[in-house]
Ligand binder design. Sequence first.
Ligand SMILES: [Zn+2]
Length: 307
Amino acid sequence: MRILLAPLLFVLALAAPAAHAFQPKAEKVVDNVYALVGPLGQRSADNDGLNANFGFIVTPKGVILIDSGASRLGAEKIAAAIAQITDKPVRWVINTGSQDHRWLGNDYFAGKGAEVIALARTAATQAEYATQHMDGMKRFLGERMQGTRPLPAPKTLAGDSATLELGGETLTLTYTNAHFPGDAWVWLPKRKVVFSGDLVYVDRILGVLPWSSVKNGQQAFRALVQLNPVYIVPGHGRVCDLALAQRDTGDYFDFLAGKVGAAAKEMEPLTATLDRYQEMPQFRHLYSYEDLHRANMSRAFTEYESQ
Ligand SMILES: [Zn+2]
């Protein structure tokens, strides 16, 4: 029996992908700007919660990282992806938001000497949701969350928008407050690149959570259009241009506000409204449409109903 089992195990080992196999790979956006594009699906022990996009900018003085991943092990994977491109250290980490995968890797990079920076409300929301997000991640990742310590950004910036000069790069952080209170984008005016954080989702339907705001999302998306970015690194989905972001996010915010929000303001019944807009062929191609579209509409309805 033992003789038969050994080759069988060998074959199985070859066939099954290694556990925790997902490793993000740097994708050049333009010049010295890179994106790390995560899978569209849910957080898992395989992806270590890196089911979102991250990015980095290589400067002569070190690397600027945009968002730090959802755990210590996730942060190590991000560091490994950066090391494929440059041996310069991560000197600065900028957080675009307070949802788990935006910042739970902060402690890892801070421990290596990086300065972690965010707008003040982003850091405040991180502190507010830290326990809830750690508990949620433990449910998805189990033991692989060990060693993760939530560190809200220690360096905070005042104002609705703030501009930084780091290693010769200019970065402007601006609140979007759409997916989470305190969410922001990072705009690189010299490169015409925006890291949208969780304002823009492409290929995958955006999520309206109980603490999200469709109204803010619609406004922020319109402001993003005004920047006229050439490259958008969305919160989720492939690196894209404005036309694709408009199709998958801008148009969906306009639909939620213009149709569902309008019905709520007219005091039309909720269920009839959800039924009327259940089938939206223009958004059907988006991953997770089936799971999220109805709940998104329901939350949009609640938001506009109370205005
Ligand atoms: Zn996200």
